[in-house]
Design a protein around this ligand. Structure first.
Ligand code: 8X3
Length: 258
């Protein structure tokens, strides 16, 4: 006989980067699964509005403005919780697509800070509460960029490789404690902001990323895989899921219709 996961009711799920895209969609999905969701992001107005929307729909949501790169603020945030069930490390993103020869070191630094140190900060701060729950789950939303490189991607690819290593190492180190580590690695996902942020608001460059691709993944597709992985019975650890649209066979092999 296998133990089923405890009911999600009254369990807390913290989602970082919940102001848009995959983070917002994941918050919606986990709220629908019965979690009390805690939305965090830098943009207070956005997470407040999403929390309001979720509460109006009969779910339970709160918001907390947080920059995951600020360790002091993250530690302060963590003092609010004695136990939590789920942490979804989603905050992060790409900046620039320049070759190694000309890439901006400041972009590289910021990508390492948000994707890697952000995940490290929040995970370290909440690990005691996840462990205290007796049944915790850490989700790391990495990327297919964590597994193979592509021209112009080195800064982001390096950060995502590091995030993958963080997830894999943490799983090794905490085995035997009641905490799972799940890594979800999405490929091409069309969200409102990912490509736009990468290209510093250049809508033409951002549109080119998805040009001719019949159906890139949506934030909801990824939230669906995250929700599925989290809601497996507690003893089932989905170590890693690579999720791509059908039109994308690798980071560089994408079918584009003319
Ligand atoms: C997003 C995937 O292809 O832009 O994490 O690196 S890609």
């Amino acid at each position: 006989m296998t133990a089923a996961a405890p009911s999600a009711a009254s369990r807390i799920a913290v989602v970082t980067g919940a102001s848009s895209g995959i983070g917002a969609a994941t918050a919606r999905r986990l709220a629908a699964e019965g979690y009390r969701v805690v939305l965090t992001a830098r943009r207070k107005d956005r997470i407040e509005a999403l929390a309001e929307e979720l509460n109006a729909a009969g779910h339970s949501a709160t918001s907390y403005a947080l920059d995951v790169t600020e360790r002091g603020a993250v530690d302060q945030f963590a003092t609010a919780f004695q136990t939590i069930g789920v942490l979804v490390n989603n905050a992060g993103g790409a900046l620039g697509a320049d070759p190694v020869a000309t890439g901006d070191p400041d972009d590289w630094r910021r990508m390492y800070e948000t994707n890697v140190l952000g995940t490290l900060n929040v995970t370290q701060a909440l690990l005691p509460a996840l462990t205290a729950s007796g049944d915790g789950t850490v989700v790391v939303v990495s990327s297919t960029a964590g597994f193979a490189t592509y021209e112009g991607g080195a800064g982001y690819v390096a950060a995502k490789h590091a995030e993958h290593v963080l997830a894999e190492t943490l799983r090794l180190e905490i085995v035997g404690t009641p905490v799972r580590v799940i890594e979800i690695a999405p490929g091409m996902v069309k969200t409102d902001e990912f490509a736009l942020t990468r290209f510093d608001g250049d809508t033409e460059k951002a549109a080119k990323v998805y040009e001719g691709v019949a159906e890139p993944l949506t934030a909801e597709d990824v939230a669906d895989t995250i929700g599925w992985a989290i809601t497996r019975p507690s003893h089932v650890n989905i170590d890693l899921m690579v999720v791509r649209p059908r039109a994308q066979a690798s980071n560089t092999k994408v079918h584009r219709e003319k």
